[in-house]
Design a protein around this ligand. Sequence first.
Ligand SMILES: NC(=O)c1ccc[n+]([C@@H]2O[C@H](COP(=O)([O-])OP(=O)(O)OC[C@H]3O[C@@H](n4cnc5c(N)ncnc54)[C@H](O)[C@@H]3O)[C@@H](O)[C@H]2O)c1
Length: 460
Amino acid sequence: MKSLFNQNILCIGAGYVGGPTMAMIAHKCPQYRVTIVDINPERIAQWKSDRLPIFEPGLDEIVRAVHGRNLFFSTDIEKGIREADIIFVSVNTPTKTFGVGAGMAADLQYWEKTARQILESATTDKIVVEKSTLPVRTAQAMERILFSTHSGVRFEVLSNPEFLAEGTAIQDLENPDRVLIGSRQTESGLKAGSALAEIYANWVPRDRILTTDIWSSELSKLVANAFLAQRISSINAISVLCEKTEADVTQVARAVGMDNRIGPKFLNASVGFGGSCFKKDILNLVYICQYYGLNDVAKYWNSVIKINEYQKAHFVETMLNAMFNTLSGKRICLFGFAFKADTGDTRDSPAIQIAKRLIEERAELVITDPQALANARTDLKGVDGNVQFIEDPYEAAAGSHAIAIMTEWRQFRELDYERIYRSMTQPAFIFDGRNVVDHRKLHQMGFNVYPIGKPALTNL
Ligand SMILES: NC(=O)c1ccc[n+]([C@@H]2O[C@H](COP(=O)([O-])OP(=O)(O)OC[C@H]3O[C@@H](n4cnc5c(N)ncnc54)[C@H](O)[C@@H]3O)[C@@H](O)[C@H]2O)c1
């Protein structure tokens, strides 16, 4: 029977990128059949259920509209590969923890496994699209694997890095600043690039679809993340100077950001950046620089990570100094555990390191977060200390000596802090790691308030 669909699209990897990206393609392109596969059967079962494996505003609605229409989830990777015209590879590429490049280079074991599986199962020509963030020149390695036998099946490898941000993934996918497609500059490479551009052109204006060579495309993704993280580390470095000199980092950021050569975004001082990408992608960039002997360039980019580590350590130091140099036996409530608002993702969240440091100081922790408590439990599993996970922020804060805001959830701005203050152990402290609450108002209520990059407001 002839298929109702023009094209079969497969995505290998049903994660934070694969899931939302494919849901958007299925939503915008009813003429394509989109299948997402994963080696993790539990994840696939969750995608098929009422409770999706990831929280992302707007995602539920889109998945519900297209699931079973032209979006399908499966664990049958072989069948998926056989039937696909275009295969997106969106598997995880974490930092390597062993052997050469440990702690810096990308761990490509999942990605290589996928490449070999494509080679084994494909019986017709395929376009293979790298969606995962990969170190420069990975496409070449992918080609080497795919071209390693003479099966007669032809593969064209494209780079199409994803720029979505968790928490705004649906918005970012619906209205991307740009879509980047890297291809070989050969006739067949350019043709494959055009086929991929056709998919996006169903909803993305043509002038936002950029085409480049493969290596430039791969490198652009690493550089974009490095630049974004660099802005955070730059303003965080200045925040510490503001604390010492009684300047206000929010005002500095506003004045600086109004220069249209600089721009206002990503200039919020905080407890530090997190997420699964920034650190790993910068490490990757640093590793590549070192590989080519560019040690000063490597050091330059590595300092973005160093400032981030410094910022987290500095936050705990501020808490210690403020709370009379001891946290032992004190109850501290972390408001938020996700690495940013509007996601349940806690990968590399600053809250993990801060929680561990506070436990080392023998504090008793209470953690509250609207979406990330399950992940927080996993992150702190096996840590030897007194930790509770409580969904209701009022209950979590009751009896605490201090609140530390880790995530900029809107909910935390809107709480009744008078009520919270009355329920806490006195003197009550609040350390605002995201500068999201009204510091003056809280100070007037009686709190000792420690923002980031501004003078503390104390009642002691
Ligand atoms: N999370 C983000 O915000 C973001 C944004 C842009 C790009 N990226 C990049 O996208 C890639 C994926 O990131 P993610 O956050 O979606 O990761 P993720 O861990 O959420 O998802 C990856 C999925 O791939 C599956 N997988 C691994 N090996 C497999 C195999 N051989 N066959 C089938 N499935 C396999 C895993 O089970 C997992 O479900 C990474 O390279 C990341 O750097 C992530």
